[in-house]
Every structure is written in C-alpha cells, then in structure tokens.
Design a protein around this ligand. Structure first.
Ligand code: PLP
Length: 379
C-alpha cells in the first residue's frame, strides 16, 4: 500500500520500533500465551485497550486484527446486510468500501469537499434513500470530517455513523478525538500509520450494548462456550501485536508532536511557491498530520516522478478513487458523478513528515519540489 519504503532516502511513512517493543514481544513469546479466545482478550489486549480508552477518552476500545476488520466488525455489529445502502466517500482506501461489499450491502459513493477531501454533506443529502442505513465518514489524511453536518444528516434520516478513523488516531474535532464522535470508530495499526502493531486495528464506542456485540463479532459470536446467537468471525488480535501496540500507544503523543512540528516547517518552506497549495487545518479541527498532502495546480504525475526519482517518497492517495477501480467499474459504480473526487485524484500529492524526517530532510523535500516545478516536470 505504501510503496517500497525501505529504499527511499526519505520514505513517505515508516514504523518507529524501539527496544521497548522488542522486549515486550519477547515476554509474550516466553509466556507461551500467544492469544486467547476469551471474549475479554488476553493480558496485552486488555493493556492496549485500556491505554487506547484513556488516550481517546472513550468507554470501550476493542482490539481487532486490522483496520479492515474494524470496519467489518462495525458493520456486522450494526446489522448492516444485503438490501441496505451505506453512504461513503470514494476518495478513500479500498478497505472502506470493501468492508461494505463484504456484508452484502451496497456502497453509495458521495463526493468530497475540496477543502479537506472529506465527505460532502450536501451531496450526502442528495444520495439518501429509503434503503440508507449508515454513513461512513473518513477522516482522510488525519484531518477530521465535518462531523456536525454529518451527525445532523444522520439524525434527520435515522442513520448510523461509523467513523473510518484508520488514518486519524490523535486528530480531534471540536476538542473530541476522532473515532469517538459517532456509534463506532474504526482505527488501523498498519505499519504506515501513526502507530503500529504490524497488522492490527481497533474499534471504539461509548455504547455498552454495541461494545458487547463487537466483542461477540470479533470472536464468532461467542460469549460462553458455543453459545453464539449472532454471526461473527475470527477478528482477534494476537498478544504479540497487542504488546507492540501498547508500547506504541505510550509513544503516540511524542510522535504526534513531531509530525505537527514537521508539517509547520514544511508549510513555511513551501510558502509562496507558485502552483503548490499546502494543507491547512480548519478552525474546529486538529489534524494528526498522518499525511501532508499538497495540491499541485498542474503536472502532478511528472512532479511525483521527479521527486521519487530523487528518492523522496512522494505518494498519491488515491488515484484511482474507489469507484474507478476495475472491480467497482465492473459492478457499475464507474458511472457515478463525483467531480471533486476526480479533481482530487488528479491533483493531490503527499510528502513525508513522519517523526524520522529531520529539518535537513524537510529542506531536501522543499528544494526537490521547487526543482521539480522549475524543471521539465512542470511542462
Ligand atoms: C482510510 C482507511 N480505511 C481503512 C484502512 C484499512 O486498514 P488496514 O490496512 O489496517 O486493514 C486503511 C488502511 O490502510 C485506510 O487508510
């Protein structure tokens, strides 16, 4: 998903694993307790969940084995099924839409706002039907979606909200953490994300009944023995991953601080550069700066090629948008009109600002981008 990160001079994102993670993993291996099928999870699962609950100020955080599993679990727990429609942006990673298809429900693609590439509530209103059951806003690049407007639409039409917070751990909307502003939040711990467990993810909710359902869904519907009354599957996170995730959780505040600092420096370096619009934060929003995504007025692909040929891990998220991916075109989704989504697909470019990026690296990124713009790349 993130490209050949090992070989870059400055990769777009890279996991930061230290001795602490290694020693915790060794403890798990030595204990022999690699996983548990109990509904509450093992020692490290519980440790990680408590840390996530406290950081996010949410009642329940439940570990699962990927961000995709988090989305799938959320949809199953809300009983989304064939015949239902789920509203979501097409400008996202495939997982958001695939989770909907996996339940048998129909994804209904909604356009994005141009400011921060998150779901557009006006287009959302137009796409609600009598079959609509849920909205999945995506806090893309780590910038919160406009949750007030989305919640208003959800209330009006009696829809659930599942936040795709895969990219936004640590981002906040009006002082509240993303992933805690709706029925269920879904997070990813994939290695490119702000913290990682290898593969991994978790769901969050303030609703006790939904939390119990989510625990069942991640474990074949089981509460005791073989007493399943609802459909679930094996979405459990292993203890080794939870051990890594617990340590990473403790490092999250320092990682976020470094990302914010790097974003500020890069914006200064790029200021006044013609043809490049740096990202910004809205008044009510605090980004976690997972991705620093600029808009290039023209020649995005050439500029990206110039940067990558100079070992700067510039990346495009996402081109094609989901509705233009062959599987979705084959299913007939290619016809939907999403002008802002198509525009963003052609103009966005993400640049590295992760905690390993030094001030010197930021100089290299800015100067290489300037050279790209003044060279053949801009023709
Ligand atoms: C927006 C979005 N949703 C969902 C996912 C799925 O997460 P995972 O890769 O952990 O399954 C990702 C991760 O790449 C993502 O970026």
């Amino acid at each position: 998903m993130e490209g050949k990160s090992d070989n870059w001079l400055i990769p777009i994102n890279i996991p930061l694993i230290g001795e602490e993670e290694k020693s915790e993993v060794m403890k798990v291996l030595e204990s022999g307790l690699l996983t548990t099928a109990s509904p509450e999870g093992g020692e490290y699962i519980r440790k990680f969940q408590t840390a996530a609950e406290s950081f996010l100020n949410v009642k329940h955080a439940l570990a699962v084995n990927s961000g995709t599993s988090a989305l799938y679990a959320a949809l199953l727990a809300l009983d989304i099924k064939a015949g239902d429609e789920v509203l979501l942006p097409s400008f996202t990673f495939l997982a958001t839409a695939n989770a909907v298809l996996l339940t048998g429900a129909k994804p209904v693609f909604v356009d994005i706002e141009r400011n921060h590439y998150t779901i557009d509530s006006e287009d959302l209103e137009k796409k609600v039907t009598s079959r609509s059951r849920a909205i999945i806003p995506v806090h893309l690049y780590g910038h919160p979606a406009y949750m007030d407007r989305i919640s208003e639409a959800a209330q009006k039409h009696d829809l659930h909200i599942i936040e795709d917070a895969a990219q936004s751990l640590g981002a906040a909307y009006k002082g509240h953490q993303t992933g805690t502003l709706s029925d269920i939040g879904c997070f990813s711990l994939y290695p490119s994300k702000v913290i990682t467990s290898g593969e991994g993810g978790f769901v969050t909710t303030n609703d006790d009944t939904l939390a119990e359902k989510l625990k069942m869904v991640r474990n074949h519907g089981i509460v005791h023995g073989y007493d399943s009354t609802i459909l679930g599957t094996n979405l459990r996170m292993p203890e080794m991953e939870a051990a890594v995730a617990s340590v990473q959780m403790s490092k999250l505040p320092s990682f976020l601080k470094a990302r914010r600092k790097n974003a500020g420096i890069l914006t200064e370096r790029l200021s006044g550069l013609s043809g490049v619009t740096p990202p910004s934060e809205d008044e009510d929003c605090s980004s976690n700066w997972y991705l620093y995504t600029v808009i290039l007025a023209e020649n995005r692909d050439n500029v990206q090629e110039y940067l990558t040929s100079h070992e700067v891990g510039a990346a495009v998220y996402y081109n094609p948008a989901v509705h233009r991916v062959p599987l979705y075109v084959e299913k007939g989704f290619g016809e939907v009109s999403l002008p802002n989504t198509d525009w963003a697909s052609q103009h966005v470019l993400s640049l590295p600002i992760h905690p390993r990026v030094s001030e010197g690296d930021l100089e290299v990124i800015a100067s290489t981008l300037k050279k790209a713009l003044s060279s053949g790349a801009s023709m």
